[in-house]
Design a protein around this ligand. Structure first.
Ligand code: SAM
Length: 318
């Protein structure tokens, strides 16, 4: 389901950022629990990235953009030296606070700082950062050109931009591959299919939310959170109509539906960068959590390596 014309006409960088800020400020306490599966799966990638690109003899300055509750800083922080620095930034100050608390509890010797992003500008000087990390954030950013310009500005020449967990646009499979993936979804994720259908019909979504809120505490909390966001946007005169839960989710994950094609990103948004490495993953469209699902995933990945639902890549500033 696409966002209506009425909503799209009202959206701009400021509003999408505000909705993201409100959403993540409210989601902060339950974020780790909700994303448990994803975070576990991404950990190995970030550990490898740390070993490959961040553990240098000379001092290194890293910046994690859209830090959230600290998933990336928690992995890279303990591996950095005393002379290194690690900047964490986010639109949500509540998320940043959780990250700050977590880093205090683990052994991190580098210089850590935390910044709230207000206007898309990253509060660090030009040519000051060696590596920018960004996990599951690019699809939330409305103005990608502004973000890329900021990365160019703050990165040192040949500095790295490391992006992971972004929706891949080019995930098409030939017929029998799609059948296989569809079969796996029906078998292992029937609930997700039901929600997708229900959310595409406004009346059915309302009905479903009303029923689920009665039987599930976590669903009730989430529903309340979505209503609160819509009310807040109206109270602050940022919108003059209510948003449905699905619409809020789509605005928060602004580029998630269209996804990113790496080739396209490299010729447009990131034209001042060159590709170092890239990979697609999550070939079932969800993270496999049993042997049969793992087997099907490996088969799809082996035959169509570019068709993973998620995309990660490392770019170097030219
Ligand atoms: C899905 S979470 C990912 C958090 C963390 N990187 C992780 O992997 O767990 C997205 C984060 O991006 C932040 N965010 C959303 N839009 C942003 C923007 N325009 N600039 C900076 N951060 C943003 C949100 O507040 C949230 O903390």
């Amino acid at each position: 389901m696409k966002l209506s014309k009425r909503i799209l006409q009202q959206l701009d960088s400021k509003l999408v950022q505000k909705i993201n800020e409100t959403y993540h400020n409210l989601e902060n306490i339950c974020y780790d629990k909700r994303h448990d599966e994803i975070l576990n799966y991404e950990q190995i990638f970030w550990k490898n990235i740390t070993n490959k690109y961040l553990m240098k003899k000379e001092p290194i300055a890293c910046l994690d953009y859209g830090t959230g509750t600290g998933f990336v800083p928690e992995i890279i922080g303990p591996c950095l030296k005393e002379e290194d620095s690690l900047v964490s930034c986010d639109v949500s100050d509540r998320m940043l606070k959780i990250c700050q608390t977590k880093l205090k509890q683990i052994s991190v010797s580098c210089n850590c700082s935390f910044h709230k992003i207000d206007d898309g500008l990253i509060p660090v000087p030009d040519n000051s950062i060696d590596v920018i990390t960004i996990n599951s954030v690019l699809h939330h950013i409305f103005d990608l050109n502004c973000f890329a310009a900021e990365c160019e500005r703050i990165l040192k020449p040949s500095g790295l931009l490391i992006v992971a967990h972004e929706p891949n646009k080019d995930l098409r499979l030939p017929f029998h591959g799609s059948v296989l993936r569809g079969f796996a979804k029906v078998l292992f994720r029937p609930k997700a299919i039901f929600f997708r259908i229900a959310e595409s019909i406004p009346l059915m979504e309302k009905f479903m939310r009303a029923i689920l809120s009665k039987v599930s505490e976590s669903y009730r909390r989430r529903n309340k959170m979505l209503i609160e966001i819509s009310q807040q946007m109206r109270n602050e005169n940022l919108l003059d109509f209510d948003l449905r839960g699905t619409e809020i989710q789509q605005i928060v994950d602004f580029h998630a539906q269209s996804g990113f094609a790496l080739k396209e990103l490299l010729t447009t948004v990131f034209s001042k960068f060159e590709l170092v490495e890239s990979e697609t993953y999550c070939h079932l469209g969800f993270f496999a959590n049993n042997k049969l699902a793992g087997l099907i995933e490996r088969y799809i990945k082996k035959n169509w390596p570019d068709a993973g639902k998620e995309l990660r890549f490392v770019l170097k500033r030219i």
